[in-house]
Design a protein around this ligand. Structure first.
Ligand code: KG4
Ligand code: ZN
Length: 382
């Protein structure tokens, strides 16, 4: 019988607990705090901590119940996100995980505690399965991982389970953070990514019906050209506003979003209130395109250099359908299998991905040696 793991993630603004069995997700309970943080236009750490404290016991009880377990006694291990994330939020999950692991110790003699890197969780979200063991995806020996969330934008080479090389990361803002800030500039609310996606989708659909173009032509020319790098080209002439992109291609695989955000702020400040209101959807669209173009360009470059066998895409921004379309096109062009998290609850922050990552650590017996010594690592890297 495979081992059942109770996993906990409280790294940001979702309180989540899950029960996993190998790669199979038996339950994945997520209590979102979006409503609490909405009025601040971003995550308010002290409120996040309090909400995690108030909700954690209920979320864990629900996760056990939905997985058909009577109590923590039926578990083989406890897994918890150690970092990266908000220090005071991480702390809540870690404290609870320690409590459960030491109670287990008293009851059964031994209940191992597994510390998981949140970003490793986003990678493993692509390998998560439902309770019937689907989808059956297999990992090759060399995978390229593109991780795009509210806190991170990273390209990681995964050489084997647990073996990572970070190829590039953002030098300033994360892509999700940039989308959230752009939405704030446009006075659209929080979190911005999904709102910008919806506006851009509506705008593109309208444009398509005006021009009478087929669905596969929804990809703007500049991004299409990016998928065929030989031709180059970075301007989308269909748009009224243009955000410039670096003229000279940098050879490294790092990302940067703060320049784009500043440029966007200046551009919007120059608009009259009428134009601003009228062209919100165009503005959302060009920002989204510029943000995603960078992801495509760097991922394309990494494929060229490292010749991976699979592309794994994780993190909250991967919920974006348009980004998925672009990345699928890029993977197809390079003959690469591409995996996204199989459902939305596995895309944004959740504990099931932590449980799946932990199952490989369980096999390798990578346990926290002294339960009491486990501490949060807000800046933990892969
Ligand atoms: O992975 P995640 O849930 O939390 C972090 O670990 O940061 O990612 C949250 C980020 C937010 O910036 C949010 O705006 C973005 O993911 N996001 C999206 C979409 N859904 C969530 N961005 C673009 N399109 C979406 N549909
Ligand atoms: Zn995350």
């Amino acid at each position: 019988m495979e081992s059942k793991i109770l996993a906990i993630d409280t790294s940001c603004d979702e309180t989540s607990a899950a029960v996993t069995c190998g790669r199979r997700v038996l339950s994945n309970v997520i209590s979102s705090q979006i409503k609490i943080h909405q009025k601040y236009g971003g995550v308010y750490p002290a409120l996040a901590k309090r909400a995690h404290q108030e909700r954690i016991d209920y979320v864990i009880a629900q996760a056990l119940q939905r997985a058909g377990l009577q109590s923590a006694d039926d578990l083989s291990a406890i897994a918890v996100t150690q970092g990266p994330g908000l220090a005071i939020a991480l702390e809540v999950g870690i404290k609870k995980a320690k409590e459960l692991a030491s109670q287990g110790e008293a009851l059964q003699g031994f209940l191992p505690l597994i510390a998981v890197n949140h970003m490793e969780g986003h990678i493993y979200s692509c390998l998560a399965q439902n309770s019937c063991g689907l989808p059956k995806r297999e990992l090759t020996d060399l995978s390229l991982c593109l991780l795009v969330s509210g806190g991170h934008t990273e390209l990681v080479l995964m050489k084997n389970h647990g073996q990572y090389q970070v190829l590039g990361a953002t030098l300033d803002d994360a892509c999700g953070e940039a989308l959230d800030k752009a939405a704030k500039i446009l006075k659209l609310g929080y979190p911005g990514g999904p709102i910008i996606e919806r506006l851009a989708e509506e705008y593109t659909r309208k444009q398509m019906s005006l021009r009478g173009v087929a669905n596969d032509e929804a990809i703007p020319n500049d991004l299409k050209r990016l998928l065929h790098p030989a031709t180059g080209g970075v301007r989308n002439d269909n748009h009224l506003f243009v955000l410039t992109r670096p003229l000279k291609e940098k050879t490294n695989l790092n990302f940067s979003y703060s320049g784009l955000k500043t440029q966007f702020l200046y551009l919007t400040q120059k608009l009259s209130p009428e134009v601003f209101g009228r062209d919100l959807a165009v503005l959302a669209t060009i920002f989204q395109e510029a943000a995603f173009e960078q992801l495509l360009r760097k991922t394309s470059k990494a494929i060229e250099i490292y010749h991976p066998k699979t592309l794994l895409c994780g993190g909250g921004v991967m919920a974006n359908k348009y980004l998925r379309t672009l990345l699928r096109a890029l993977a197809k062009k390079n003959n690469l299998p591409i995996f996204f998290p199989p459902n939305k609850n596995l895309t944004t922050d959740n504990a099931a991905m932590i449980g799946v990552a932990a199952s490989y650590k369980f096999e390798r017996k990578e346990f926290v040696q002294y339960i009491e010594s486990l501490d949060r690592e807000p800046r933990l890297s892969l």
